[in-house]
Design a protein around this ligand. Sequence first.
Ligand code: ADP
Ligand code: MG
Length: 731
Amino acid sequence: MSKSYKRFDALEAVRKAEATLIARNGSQKMDMNIAKIFGESCLSIDTLKERLPGSVWKILKKTIRDNAPLDYEVADAVAVVMKEWATEKGATHYTHWFQPLTGFTAEKHDSFITPNQGGGAITQFSGNDLMRGEPDASSFPSGGLRPTFEARGYTAWDPTSPAFIIENGRGSTLCIPTVFASWKGESLDFKTPLLRSVEALNIQALRALNLFGVKDLRWVNATGGFEQEYFLIDQEYFYRRPDLLTSGRTLFGAKPPKGQELDDHYFGSIPDRILSFMLEAERELYRIGVPVKTRHNEVAPSQYEIAPVFEKANVAADHQQITMIMLKKIARKYGLVCLLHEKPFAGLNGSGKHANWSMVTSRGANLLEPGDSPHENMQFLFFFAASLKALHDYQGLLRASIASAGNDHRLGANEAPPAIISAYIGEQLDDIVDQLKSGKAKSSKEGGLLGLGIPVLPTIPKHAGDRNRTSPFAFTGNKFEFRAVGSEQTVSFPMAILNTTVASSIDVMTTALEAEMDKGSDLEDALEVVLQQTLSEIDNILFHGDGYSDDWQKEAKKRGLLNLKTTMDALPYLTDKKTIELFEKYHVLSELELEARQEIYLEQYFIKLNIEAETTEDIVRTMIVPSAIRYLNEILAVNDRGKSSSLDISSTKTLAEEVNTVLSQLLVAVDKLGKVNADLGGDTVPEKAKHLSQVVLPEMNKVRELADKLEKLVADDYWPLPSYREMLFVK
Ligand code: ADP
Ligand code: MG
C-alpha cells in the first residue's frame, strides 16, 4: 500500500469522535452547584479550623495568615486532620507535590498504609511525613548544585498553600504543596525563591507604608492572576505528528489558505465539544479551589484562553500549575490534546500567559489602586513608580525570566510583545508622570463618559487610558500585566523576579524618603523630591506607541533600552553582577543557586533544540522523502507510458522536474542538518547551546521551508502528516 491511508483514517476517526465521546462522557448535565463543589477537594482554612484543636489552630493560623515561622509542634495534629480528611475523600496515598527546575511539577506517591502485627494494615501519617519528604533527587536538574554522590534532596511542607486531592476514576491522592531543596539547603525548585521574594517585598513594602503612616499591617503580599492561552486539537492528529509528540510544536506544515485572517475565531462562539471540555475542566478546578472565571476563543483557530480570579502569589502560582495539568488531563477525556507550547503552529499566533501582578496588604488594600484622582494619591504613586523603576533597572533580568526555546518563537513576532522591555501606563498616568518630573502633580485627566448615541443604552464610564496590546508590561487599571510570559512556563520565576526587583526599588526609594525627611522635609515634600528624581531617571522605559513597529526598534536603541532577541542573549543577565548583588541582598537566591539556574535553562534550551533537530531529520527521511518519491514514481510512470501513447506529456514532465528539484534540495538540506546537529559545537553547555541556536536552528528552518514546499506539490493522499488545515479546522 503506497498511499497515506493512515491520514485519512485520522480524518474519519475525528468525524466520528463527537458521537463516541458523547456516548462515553454522557450528555447529561454535571452538578455545577458552585457553592457546594467549590473547594471540596482542597483542605481549606475553614476545614482546618473546624477540625484542629483550638490551641493548634491558633498557632497554625499565624503561619498561614500572617507568615509567622512554622511551629513544628503543630505538625502532628495537622497530619492527623489531613489524613482523616483525605481518607474520607477516598485518598489512599499522599505525595509531596513540588516544582523542580524542569518547569513541570513532580510527585512521588506513598500510601498511608502501615502493616500491623496481626497481618492486617492500618493507615498512618505523622507530622514528620507531612513536614519532610526525601525523594531520590538525583534525576532532577540541579545545575551542578547536587553532584550524584550527594543525591539527597528534601521536600518541605509549605503550609501557606492548601493541600488538595487529585482523583482519577480508580482512586485519589492527597497532594501536599512543598518546596524542594538539596541536602545542603540550596533551592532546587521554583517555589522557594518565590516565597523568599514575597518575604523581601513584604519587608520593604511595610517599611515604606510605615512612613506613609499605615502602621497596623501584618503583611504585604504580591497578587497574581494568570491568563492561560492554549490550543486544542484532536488526538488523532496529535498521534500522527511525531513533531507534536516530541517537541510540542509542529516542525512542518504549509500555511493553510485560511488561517486567522478573517478574525473569525477570537471571542467567537465556542464549539460544543470544546465547551463540554471547558465545563468539565473548570468544574474540576473549582473542586480543588482554583477560582477560574473567564473563558473564550483566542485569535488563532483552535486557540482558547482560561483565566482565574487573582490570589496571593504563592497560591496563585500553585493554582496555575494545577490549571495546566488539569487542561491537559481533561482534554484527553474529550479525545483532544491540549497544546501549551508557545508556538505550536508557524504563521499563526502563539500562546502566552499574561501575568497580572500587584501588591496587597493584610487589610486587603491593593497598593496599585490609583483611585479617582491618582495625582493626589501619593502612596499609589510611590508604589507605581517603584514598579516602573524595577522594570527599568532590571530589564535584562526580567527578559531572562521568560526566556525559553518556545518563547523565542513568539516574542517580537508581531503577535506578542517585542523582546524590548518597556511599560505602557496610559494617557492619564503618563500625564501625571510628566507633571511629577517637574514638581507637584496638580491634576488627573478625566476618563469621561462614552455616549453611544442611543437613548435606551447606558452611557459607559470611560477609562482614562486606552489599552495597548503591543506592550510587554502594561498598567491595566490597578495592576501591571506582564504579557511576555510564555504559555508553558511556570509563573513562579517571573513573579519572583518582579517581587525582588520591586522590593529593591521600594527599598531604595524609602531610604531616599527617609533621608529627605531627616533633613526636615515633611512626607509630601520628601515624596515630591523622590518621585521627581526616580521618574526622571527611568522615563525612557515608558512607551505608548506601537511595540511591533520597526520604528520602536530604532527608538528603543536610541533610548539605550535592551533588545534581547533570543534566550541566548537574555540568559547572561541571570548571573550578571547586578543580579547576584540583588538576589543575595534580599536572600532570594545565592550566586551558586543563580548559576545553577542559568545552567539548567541553557541545558533545557539546547536539549529542546536538539530534540527538534533530530525529529526534523527523522520526519524528513522516514516520512516526507518517501512520500515524495512515491509520488514522483507515479508521475514518472505516466511519463513512461506516455511515450507509447500519442499524448503530449510535456507538462507532466515539468511536474516531475519540479518535485524532483525540491526533493533534491531537501535531501541536501537534511544532510547538512544531520551534520551540524551531530557536531556538538563545544564541550560546555553554553557552547553547545550557542551552536544549536546559531548553526542548527537556521538549518532546521531551511529544511522546513523545502518540506513545506513539497507539501504543496505532493498528492494529498501521499502526504503523511496531518495538515494545518485539518488540525486547526476539523473538529
Ligand atoms: P484585563 O481584561 O484588563 O486583562 P481582567 O479583569 O480580565 O483584566 O483581569 C485579568 C486577570 O487579572 C484576571 O486573572 C484577574 O483576576 C487579574 N487581576 C485583577 N486584579 C488583579 C490584582 N490586583 N492583582 C493581580 N491580578 C489581578
Ligand atoms: Mg489581560
